[in-house]
Design a protein around this ligand. Structure first.
Ligand code: ASP
Length: 333
């Protein structure tokens, strides 16, 4: 299982009358280190090197905002994340919430799959003490690294009672996003995250935290039972694959998946396909023929827009990778 490097919880650091914030470190560029000679640009850095204690030490003044309880869950490049990480994080947050302390939880994460982890946690965790994911676009050793600021802001949000009951949040570049809406839009810009037409839920800056819109609470914790259903170590995840409709899409990938499933080469066998469709969810006729074969073989097929989030229905607001996250959690055993 991926979350393998958990360190024991330490005595929280900070004044006893401050709210308590659990900081779960998972790696990412925020914990990244660039080679000597590349420190200014961050080029050639390695993600997931520094421990969460080093990250909080760099976030000057954070100990005046909250008492910090630091735990290293793993230290990876989030491109390599496994769904087991979602369950492990959900479990740690639930155990911490059960203590009934004032404050919340922060998760330091790579930006690449932050939206998947945040969406999974939003589905797994009910409303309650704030859960705030944060990331950085520059490694910790870079000139003007954005990680310390983002982490500092994430702790401020997690410690603020105004953030309670809003589902899982993502904080970066002074913006507070809803897990459901946020996606990484730019591969290298410091303001990499956006929430589409809905926009951020709020902002955090020198004047403090301001929520500027409400987040409908209909999804937070909707799949909480998935967390109980399986232990992170032995969870049986279904196979849910993404395919895209495009000029020339002929269904060859879908047929290859079906053939490999049929002969037992693919373990677990294919159980669902998320299809990135054109327009309002249309699919190339040749790909559609292969999808019809998948349906006949008992595979669930969900066509979602390839250019934006779903509108309405079960997946309202989710982009394709988040639809996949939801289907994975729904099929977890
Ligand atoms: N590859 C890195 C990661 O997702 C990128 C980042 O954190 O910005 O871990």
């Amino acid at each position: 299982m991926q979350p393998s490097s958990s360190s024991a919880s330490r005595e929280p650091v900070g004044a006893a009358d401050l709210p308590e914030v659990l900081v779960l470190g998972t790696g990412g560029t925020i914990a990244g280190v660039a080679p000597d000679g590349q420190r200014a640009t961050g080029a050639g850095y390695t993600a997931g090197v520094l421990g969460v204690d080093r990250l909080t030490a760099a976030a000057a003044g954070v100990e005046q905002v909250a008492r910090l309880d630091l735990r290293q869950v793993c230290n990876i490049d989030s491109k390599d994340a496994q769904p087991a990480l979602w369950l492990e994080l959900a479990r740690q947050v639930r155990a911490w919430r059960a203590l009934g302390l004032a404050g919340g939880c922060v998760i330091t994460h790579g930006s690449d799959t932050l939206e998947e982890t945040a969406c999974a946690l939003d589905l797994l965790l009910g409303p309650g003490a704030p859960v705030v994911c944060t990331a950085a676009m520059l490694p910790a050793t870079a000139l003007s690294a954005d990680g310390p600021r983002n982490l500092f802001d994430a702790v401020r949000v997690a410690a603020d009672p105004a953030a309670r009951g809003r589902g899982v949040l993502c904080v970066a570049h002074g913006r507070v996003h809803a897990a459901r809406d946020v996606s990484k839009l730019y591969p290298a810009r410091v303001d990499a995250f956006a929430s589409g037409e809905r926009g951020p839920l709020g902002f955090i800056d020198s004047r403090g935290l301001r929520f500027t819109r409400e987040q409908p609470q209909h999804v937070a914790g909707r799949l909480a039972s998935a967390c109980d259903a399986a232990d992170a170590a032995d969870a049986a995840w279904p196979r849910v694959e993404l395919v895209c409709s495009h000029a020339g899409a002929d269904g060859a990938l879908v047929r290859a998946l079906l053939a490999a499933s049929r002969c037992g080469q693919l373990q677990p066998a294919l159980s669902a396909l998320v299809v990135l469709g054109t327009g309002g969810g249309t699919v190339h006729e040749q790909l559609q023929a292969a999808l019809d074969e998948a349906l006949a073989a008992g595979v669930r097929v969900e066509v979602v827009p390839r250019n934006g989030p779903c509108e309405g229905g079960e997946f309202d607001g989710l982009n394709a990778v988040k639809v996949r996250v939801q289907l994975l959690l729904q099929g977890l055993r």
